[in-house]
Write a protein that binds this ligand. Structure first.
Ligand code: ATP
Ligand code: MG
Length: 363
C-alpha cells in the first residue's frame, strides 16, 4: 500500500485517501448491493467477515496520519510497522482503548478504509452489520460504536456482546440451560462471562489484556536493563519467549533498542524467566478476575463449568501456559480454540449468517 493522497473528506478532520492498486485488487465485489458484514472492532485488531464469503480482513487497529495535513497515510499492518519509526509530522495511533472507541474520527477513517478493501460501499442498499462490543460497556460507549458504523456506510446495525460471540465461535450451544464460562483475553480488555440460555448470567471485564503484558515487559526492560525498546519489539519478545508458567526448552529472545541513559543502540537476550516475572502481575489480575467470577456464580453453574472447562479466546489467551496457570488456581481445565484471534469474528459471522436464530442475543 502506498502513501495516500486526496481531497479532505467533508466534515472530517482526515483527508480521504486515494485507493492504492492493492486495495482495488482486494475489493472485487462491486455492484448495487453490498454484502452484509460482521465486524470485531478490537483494541489490537479489527476483523471483518462477509456474509456467504467468510473472514476477509484481519488487520491491526492502527492508523498513521500526517499531523499537518491530517491525511491518512497508512492503516492496519502497514501503520503498525510505523510505530516507533515516524518523523515528527507523522502520528501513529490506536483509536480504540480497552475495547472502546477513544478517537471517533480516526476510528471512522480506519473502518472506512477497511470496508473499502473488502467491498464497494455506497451502494443503493446499505449493508447490515453485526458488530461485537465488550460486555458491560456504557451506553455512551455503545452509541459511539453505532455512530462509527453508521457513518461509515452501515445500514442496520446489530450489537452483540463479545463473550456471546466468543462462545458461538467456540462452538458452544449457548441456548443450553447450563452454565458455560467464556474468558476472552483481548489486547486491552479481558471479558469474563458465564452464559446460560443465550444470555449473560454473570459478566465482568477488566481493562487488562495482552497489550498490558507487553507494556509491563517494556517497563521491566527499562527498569532492570536501563534499555528502551519499542512496542513492537516488546510484543515480539512476549510472543517469542513469554509464558505464564515455566516452560521447558523455551529459548531467550534477543531484543533491540537503545540505552535509556546514553541512547547508544543496544541488543540483549531476555530470558523466558525474566519475561514471566515481568508479566506476572497482569496475568495474576486476569486469574483473580476469573476466581472472582466463580465466587459470584451459583454452585450448580460452577459444577457445569468444572465439567466442561473454561473456554478461553482472544490473542492474549495464546500466552504459553496461561491455561495451565488458570487450572492451577481454579482447579478447572481450560479449552483453547485452534485460532484464538479469530474465534470472536467467526462467532459474530455465524450470528450474521443466522440472524433470526440468534435474535435473542442482540443488545
Ligand atoms: N502468541 C501470542 N502469545 C501471547 N500473546 C499474543 C500472541 N498473539 C497475539 N497476542 C496478543 O493478543 C493481543 C491481541 O488479541 P486480540 O486480537 O484478541 O485483541 P482485540 O480483540 O483487538 O482487543 P480487545 O478485545 O481487547 O478490544 C495482543 O496483545 C497481542 O500481543
Ligand atoms: Mg477482542
Amino acid at each position: 500500500m502506498g502513501i495516500f493522497s486526496g481531497k479532505r473528506a467533508t466534515g472530517n478532520r482526515y483527508k480521504k485517501k486515494k485507493k492504492s492498486p492493492e486495495i482495488q485488487n482486494s475489493a472485487p465485489r462491486k455492484g448495487l448491493f453490498c454484502k452484509n458484514m460482521a465486524m470485531d472492532l478490537g483494541t489490537a485488531n479489527t476483523l471483518i467477515y462477509l456474509k456467504d464469503v467468510g473472514l476477509v480482513l484481519q488487520e491491526p487497529s492502527v492508523v498513521a496520519y500526517d499531523v499537518h495535513t491530517m491525511e491518512v497515510l497508512a492503516v492496519g499492518s502497514e501503520a503498525k510497522g510505523y510505530i516507533g519509526r515516524t518523523p515528527l509530522n507523522i502520528k501513529v495511533v490506536k483509536p480504540l482503548a480497552s475495547g472502546v472507541i477513544e478517537d471517533m474520527e480516526i476510528t471512522q477513517a480506519m473502518i472506512r478504509e477497511f470496508f473499502s478493501r473488502v467491498q464497494k460501499m455506497g451502494s443503493i442498499l446499505k449493508p447490515k452489520a453485526v458488530v461485537c462490543v465488550p460486555a458491560g460497556i456504557t451506553k455512551v460507549e455503545e452509541k459511539a460504536v453505532v455512530k462509527a458504523a453508521s457513518e461509515s456506510g452501515i445500514g442496520r446495525l446489530f450489537l452483540v456482546e463479545e463473550p456471546i460471540a466468543a462462545a458461538v465461535g467456540s462452538g458452544l450451544d449457548i441456548d443450553k440451560n447450563r452454565g458455560q464460562m467464556v474468558v476472552n483475553i483481548g489486547g486491552g480488555i479481558t471479558d469474563i462471562a458465564v452464559l446460560s440460555l443465550s444470555s449473560v448470567a454473570y459478566s465482568d471485564n477488566i481493562r487488562i489484556g495482552g497489550d498490558t503484558m507487553t507494556e509491563a515487559l517494556k517497563v521491566h526492560i527499562r527498569k532492570t536493563h536501563t534499555m528502551e525498546v519499542g512496542e513492537n519489539s516488546a510484543e515480539q519478545a512476549k510472543i517469542g519467549a513469554g509464558a505464564a508458567v515455566p516452560i521447558q526448552g523455551l529459548k531467550p529472545f534477543m531484543v533491540s533498542g537503545k540505552d535509556a541513559a546514553t541512547s547508544i543502540p543496544m541488543k540483549m537476550d531476555i530470558t523466558p524467566d525474566e519475561i514471566r516475572e515481568a508479566i506476572k502481575e497482569p496475568v495474576a489480575i486476569i486469574i483473580q478476575a476469573i476466581r472472582d467470577a466463580l465466587d459470584k456464580t451459583p454452585p450448580d453453574m460452577v459444577t457445569d463449568i468444572a465439567e466442561d472447562g473454561i473456554y478461553l479466546t482472544g490473542g492474549g489467551a495464546m500466552l504459553r501456559g496461561l491455561g495451565e496457570a488458570i487450572e492451577r488456581e481454579t482447579n478447572i481445565r481450560c479449552n483453547l480454540p485452534a485460532d484464538p484471534l479469530t474465534t470472536v469474528i467467526h462467532g459474530t459471522g455465524k450470528i450474521l449468517e443466522n440472524l433470526k436464530f440468534y435474535k435473542k442475543v442482540f443488545i
